[in-house]
Design a protein around this ligand. Structure first.
Ligand code: NAD
Ligand code: IPM
Ligand code: MN
Length: 355
């Protein structure tokens, strides 16, 4: 059996962190039993430089014929002045759309070894274990009309009921497998799209009587996320709110570099850390590869059905942190190492767990 994983390293620290994640996947398949095949393609700024397009045709075609896609990050100052459609970020948005991924899972777990890495008090963050389900194919990111002139910029937040319903079902099902609490986050006191969102989530809730549903406004949810994060189980929210809340949630664990994501619901699953290309860290062997390696674990689980391999990799990540290892962004880590060495240490744990 052969399973094709398309790897899109992208820009900035993207290549460094994906290299470590791919090495972990290769280690788990050292005897070739999983049949993993890797194929690398340019995306983002790398796509612009190679083909004048942030999502080159060959890259898109390769992703559509893959079993899963692993992406690093896109963007950087070199391409910031480009027109909107030629920016690296536009390539990522087109890729998400082309794959049809609309349910973006962003789990946030606080590891005991990193409680001291958080700028928040240990008693606030300890025990946090939540999942943000971010709608990824609609909202302000894709709504029409959109336009830009010298004097006006327009974006539109629009949702159809079916777009809300399909992602809500993912969130309810996730809550059923977790602690059974779903917090739907919107701005229904002001926005029509949010009123439709809330009404639709209420309707879908009737099919999941075992899940408790609550609604929160996004401003107050943002506050609660840093004052009482252990309140949350599953957070369901629209595209832009989810983008913002997930970076905020990353603070709980101490670094943006820790958080993985899985984008599901489409033809092919897309896996990427939630952070960006961190241009100031690129090429310095300091970027945290944790979020990308954890994304690779989600890839094994959700796209390849390899639950044992996924949890083995997650155990290796947790054990490495528990020993005190971490990149410099993890202030609470006792022993600081570079990107490549942290990857090596995670793989050493992986090897022990597989023998
Ligand atoms: P960023 O996520 O790149 O960086 C924010 C902060 O977090 C910086 O201080 C950075 O050094 C730090 N950081 C991020 N990832 C880290 C890691 N793995 N290890 C250690 N520290 C890490 O966000 P930004 O600076 O706002 O954006 C930089 C570029 O990345 C922009 O072009 C932006 O559009 C792009 N971006 C891309 C993605 C993506 O590809 N999915 C996501 C967010 C931002
Ligand atoms: C993320 C990023 C992207 C987003 C950008 C780079 C398009 O911030 O994945 O969180 O806003 O979705
Ligand atoms: Mn983001």
């Amino acid at each position: 059996m052969s399973r094709k994983i398309v790897v899109l390293p992208g820009d900035g620290i993207g290549p460094e962190v994906t290299r470590e994640a791919v090495a972990c996947l290769k280690l788990l398949d050292q005897d070739g039993r999983l049949g993993l095949q890797f194929e690398e393609h340019p995306v983002g700024g790398a796509g612009v430089d190679a083909w004048g397009d942030p999502l080159p045709k060959a890259t898109e075609a390769a992703c559509l014929s893959a079993d899963a896609v692993l992406l690093g990050a896109v963007g950087g100052p070199a391409w910031d002045a480009f027109p909107s459609h030629q920016r690296p970020e536009a390539g990522l948005l087109r890729l998400r759309k082309a794959l049809g991924c609309y349910a973006n899972f962003r789990p946030v777990r606080i590891f005991e070894a990193l409680v001291e890495s958080s700028p928040l008090k240990p008693e606030i963050v300890r025990g946090t274990d939540l999942l943000i389900v971010r709608e990824l194919a609609g909202g302000l990111y894709y709504g029409e009309p959109r336009s830009l002139t010298a004097t006006q910029g327009i974006n539109t937040m629009a949702y159809a009921d079916w777009e809300v319903e399909r992602v809500a079902r993912y969130a309810f099902e996730a809550a059923q497998k977790r602690r059974g609490l779903l917090t739907s986050v919107d701005k229904a006191n002001v926005l029509e799209s949010s009123r439709l969102w809330r009404a639709t989530v209420n309707r879908v809730a009737q099919d999941y009587p075992d899940v408790s549903l609550e609604h929160q406004y996004v401003d107050s949810a943002a506050m609660l996320l840093v004052t009482n994060p252990t309140h949350f189980d599953v957070i369901l929210t629209e595209n832009l709110f989810g983008d913002i809340l997930s970076d905020e949630a990353a603070v709980l664990g101490g670094s943006l570099g820790l958080l993985p994501s899985a984008s599901l619901g489409g033809k092919v699953g897309l896996y990427e850390p939630i952070h960006g290309s961190a241009p100031s860290l690129a090429g310095k062997d300091v970027a945290n590869p944790f979020g990308t390696i954890a994304s690779a674990a989600m890839l094994l689980r959700h796209s390849l059905g390899l639950e044992w391999e996924a949890s083995t990799l997650e155990k290796a990540l947790a054990e490495t942190l528990a020993e005190g290892w971490g990149t410099p962004d993890l202030r609470g880590a006792k022993r600081h190492v570079g990107t490549a060495e942290l990857g090596e240490r995670i793989r050493a744990h992986c090897l022990q767990l597989t023998h």
